[in-house]
Design a protein around this ligand. Structure first.
Ligand SMILES: Nc1nc2c(ncn2[C@@H]2O[C@H](COP(=O)(O)OP(=O)(O)OP(=O)(O)O)[C@@H](O)[C@H]2O)c(=O)[nH]1
Ligand SMILES: [Zn+2]
Length: 301
């Protein structure tokens, strides 16, 4: 967003005082005090580093983690989202989608509750709207829900289902693994007919936050398995000879979209790891400096 010279700069979810100068245009004069903010951390706390973080969404009441129960059910990812939400004092909810494709959807609820006993879990089929009713107590006028989830998790479809109108464009998804295209390219805010506010965050960015390359290979186990057959163990899969990933792409066994998604996430993960490496180097240099300083002091004693 363009820096408007306001303190703070408005983000999605902010309530602003606006001076209207045309029927569809206005000038933001002030950002009203925020009730809550959701931060995107730059560096993961698990590494013992208090990294920078920045506010991505303001005034969120609930963080709805949207997860494809069929193709992407992952307790570790739930944990990551839950801890990020808790860190900002935002109540998490879990919405497991595509349950129409499961024979025993209740099993998934039990698996989640065994680990996160207090987490409200909803099993929904956004196509037929089955299970949507259970969410209604969270969908109140003036309540803001932020949707978090990977690309293809079913956020746009859920939004459509909730609003009963095509407010968001859903992407085509491959039957094979259920991964979608990145139809959500910017954070957006929708107001449901009853006055509930929904904020849809880009699927890719949601996983990008504090992901490490370990997480990336976990999410792309097919590419990881192919990579083991590459001629070079440090193959980047971007043009080396004897690359099994490129071969699979050529043979149509690996979808180009999925590969591009992998490259994008790997890029994010490696810059994250670079930050860590730089930080370690700095700490080492500081340790050395302190050591010499202390020795110097002793010599004076
Ligand atoms: N069977 C079934 N399919 C679903 C359900 N929800 C979503 N889908 C399908 O899953 C695919 C991806 O859904 P989207 O709503 O586009 O996913 P998204 O989370 O918005 O993805 P991004 O916009 O990339 O972040 C689409 O083909 C949907 O039709 C569901 O409850 N049941
Ligand atoms: Zn390769």
């Amino acid at each position: 967003m363009q820096d408007l010279g306001l303190q703070p700069s408005p983000v999605v979810g902010d309530w602003c005082a606006v001076q209207a100068y045309a029927s569809d245009r206005g000038l933001i004069e002030a950002v009203l005090p925020r009730q809550s903010v959701f931060h995107k951390p730059v560096v993961h706390e698990a590494y013992g580093i208090e990294g920078e973080s920045f506010v991505v969404v303001a005034n969120v009441d609930y963080g709805a983690i949207v997860m494809d129960a069929v193709h992407d059910f992952n307790l570790r990812r739930i944990e990551r989202f839950v801890s990020l939400l808790y860190a900002d004092g935002i109540q998490p909810l879990l919405i497991l989608t595509k349950i129409d494709l499961l024979s025993e959807p209740e099993d998934y609820r039990l698996r989640v509750l065994a680990r996160f006993a207090d987490l409200p879990v909803f099993l929904v089929d956004s196509i037929s709207a089955h299970g949507i009713e259970a969410l209604s107590s969270y969908l109140q006028r003036g309540t803001t829900l932020m949707l978090l989830g990977l690309s293809g998790a079913g956020k746009s479809t859920l939004l459509n289902c909730l609003s009963n109108s095509m407010v968001a464009k859903t992407g085509e998804v491959r039957a094979q693994d259920g991964r979608g295209r990145h139809t959500t390219t910017s954070r957006q805010l929708y107001v449901l007919p009853n006055g509930t506010i929904l904020i849809d965050t880009p699927g890719l960015r949601a996983v990008g936050m504090n992901s490490s390359s370990g997480d990336v290979s976990e999410s792309f186990s097919d590419i990881h398995a192919l990579a083991l057959q590459c001629k070079f163990s440090d193959c980047t899969h971007t043009g080396e000879p004897g690359c099994a990933v490129q071969q699979a792409l050529l043979a149509g066994e690996l979808e180009q979209d999925r590969f591009l998604n992998f490259l994008e996430l790997r890029g994010e993960a490696s810059s994250f790891e670079e930050v860590l490496a730089r930080r370690k180097q700095k700490d080492k240099a500081l340790g050395k400096l302190l050591y010499h300083y202390r020795r110097g002091m002793k010599e004076y004693d």
